[in-house]
Design a protein around this ligand. Structure first.
Ligand code: ADP
Length: 509
């Protein structure tokens, strides 16, 4: 028998890297995962060691390939890479070694740079050009900070000695033995240096963020040619031919490559993305505009909402309050109640993200009575994920005029059947959960596989996936209205509780 065609796909996430070997008929032939070290040198700072990220990624790639080899004979036709977005690495072109720890997307050290630029009245223009906000979350101001704090790095960058990139670029550089310095449009669109219309790095944006020219990677199509991975390094020689940021890879992995298709990833936080087709839609409702992929892996656009706390509220009830033994237990607890009995939780532990963008508001549990028990609190935490998701979908519809026809779901908390049914009810939409929920890694596999012909096109890639499970809305309009009105009042209550001295820069409404 001839060897099975397969794709090696690498999902380099914030806390760990997953490697899968996926066959053309959609089976996972090999799998490996490893965590790596988080560095917190100061309050609000989060760093990664880029060398460790490379080593961990190479290790899991080799383990997944080994596991697949033990199972059947296959040929790696291509390699897909998806990654934690916005995290930046700066390295020496000559030695290939990082010159600073990677500054992670969660890192808040550039808050002052953001404030300065906002006070200088630059936010409107930045929003229009890049689709993003002036927030430390995005890469640009992390670079401003680096070059302000380290003038010797600026001097070296200006002399052409340094290269910079997000994690995708760093891995491409590492796997090609330093031959390729490239990124894709989905990652580029998270940096504040990339103009959504032109699809290029723009000199005036580089100037605004004080980034020396010449250090950025070449931008290539997400489903495209990123060079040959060196067999000595990665354990397999194959073209790197699918690259996308994690949320956009998940969007593609869910088959959302056309206008009107939306997905939500319910993890620690939640990320809702709505594909808006070929034109960027500018948000008036607190969302960001980002590059996504079309069915060919080419450039398209999406609206994105980042919800900071989703599954993390269940973690909090489990670990801090010790109300439940494990996250999956939340399903039976929620199910045990007929209704929420008027109990709501606003999990604003780190402020509220999209579409509210209120960094100062604190969390609350409202509607307590003597009859309130553990299950009410657990149910309220699950319900909050659904309400926040619906707020994001409403903002998306208001911005784009496009209403999602269904919601495709993935992430750890999407395993919760009660939550998925409740989401279907609150959103009055079918909720579709794929058989294999590792949609991020699969999305990168899809982008790579359609480039090298493992799949003839995106539809064939999707067809190779197992049957999804569909949750349908069974909630009446009246019940939906009552629940959403309760959530709105809970939001209003936490806003009313906010200390007026602490109002944040992204306060809306
Ligand atoms: P991340 O990739 O952000 O680390 P995951 O996708 O692995 O997150 O999801 C983990 C999160 O989902 C945790 O916050 C956990 O509390 C929550 N979670 C996991 N399983 C369930 C479940 N069955 N019901 C509700 N929440 C869950």
């Amino acid at each position: 028998m001839s060897p099975t065609p397969a794709i090696l796909t690498l999902d380099q996430g914030t806390t760990g890297t997953t490697a899968l070997v996926v066959s053309g008929d959609g089976r996972v032939l090999g799998r490996a995962y490893s965590e790596f070290t988080q560095h917190f040198p100061k309050a609000g700072w989060v760093e990664h060691d880029a060398d460790e990220i490379r080593d961990v990624t190479v290790r899991v790639a080799r383990q997944a390939l080994e596991a697949a080899r033990n199972r059947e004979s296959f040929r790696t036709e291509g390699i897909g890479i998806t990654n934690q977005r916005e995290t930046v690495v700066l390295w020496d072109r000559e030695t290939g070694r990082p010159v600073h720890r990677a500054i992670v997307w969660q890192d808040r050290r550039s808050a002052k740079v953001c404030r300065e630029l906002r006070e200088a009245g630059r936010e409107g223009e930045v929003r229009k050009r890049t689709g993003l906000l002036l927030d430390p979350y995005f890469s640009g101001t992390k670079l401003t900070w680096l070059f302000r704090e380290h003038p010797e790095l600026r001097r070296r960058a200006e002399a052409g000695e340094l290269a910079c990139g997000t994690i995708d670029s760093w891995l491409i550089h590492a796997f090609t033995g330093g031959r390729v310095h490239a990124t894709d449009p989905t990652n580029a669109s998270r940096t504040l240096l990339y103009d959504l219309r032109s699809g290029e790095w723009e000199d005036d944006l580089l100037e605004l963020f004080e980034v020396p020219p010449g250090i950025l990677p070449e931008i290539r199509s997400s489903s495209g040619d990123f060079g040959m991975a060196d067999g000595e390094i990665l354990g397999v020689e194959a073209p790197i031919c699918g690259v996308a940021g994690d949320q956009q890879a998940a969007l593609f992995g869910q088959g959302c490559w056309r206008e009107g298709l939306a997905k939500n990833t319910y993890g620690t936080g939640a990320f809702v993305l709505l594909h808006t087709g070929d034109e960027p839609v500018h948000s008036e409702h607190g969302l960001v505009t980002t590059v996504a992929c079309n069915a060919e892996g080419g450039r398209a656009f999406a609206l994105e909402a980042s919800i900071f706390i989703a599954g993390a509220a269940i973690q909090w009830l489990r670990d801090q309050l010790e109300l439940l033994p494990s996250a999956p237990e939340s399903e039976a607890m929620a199910q045990s109640l007929q209704g929420n009995d008027g109990v709501y939780m606003v999990p604003a532990f780190v402020g509220l993200g999209a579409p509210h963008w209120n960094p100062e508001v604190k969390g609350a549990i409202l509607g307590l009575t003597r009859g309130t028990g553990k299950s009410h609190l657990v149910r309220a935490a699950l319900e909050a994920m659904a309400y926040q998701t619906q707020d994001a979908l409403d903002a998306m519809e208001a911005d784009s005029g496009v209403a999602a026809k269904e919601l495709r779901v993935d992430g750890g908390a999407a395993e919760n059947d009660w939550l998925m049914s409740f989401q279907a009810g609150i959103s009055d939409l079918p909720v579709r959960r794929p058989a294999l929920v590792e949609t991020t890694a699969l999305g990168a596999a899809g982008l790579a596989g359609i480039q090298v012909g493992v799949w003839e096109g995106a539809d064939q890639f999707l067809a190779a996936r197992g049957e999804p499970q569909i949750f349908r809305a069974s909630m009446g309009n009246k019940e939906r209205e009552v629940l959403r009105s309760g959530w709105s009042r809970a939001l209003a209550a936490v806003r009313a509780f906010e200390d007026p001295g602490e109002q944040g820069p992204h306060e809306s409404g």
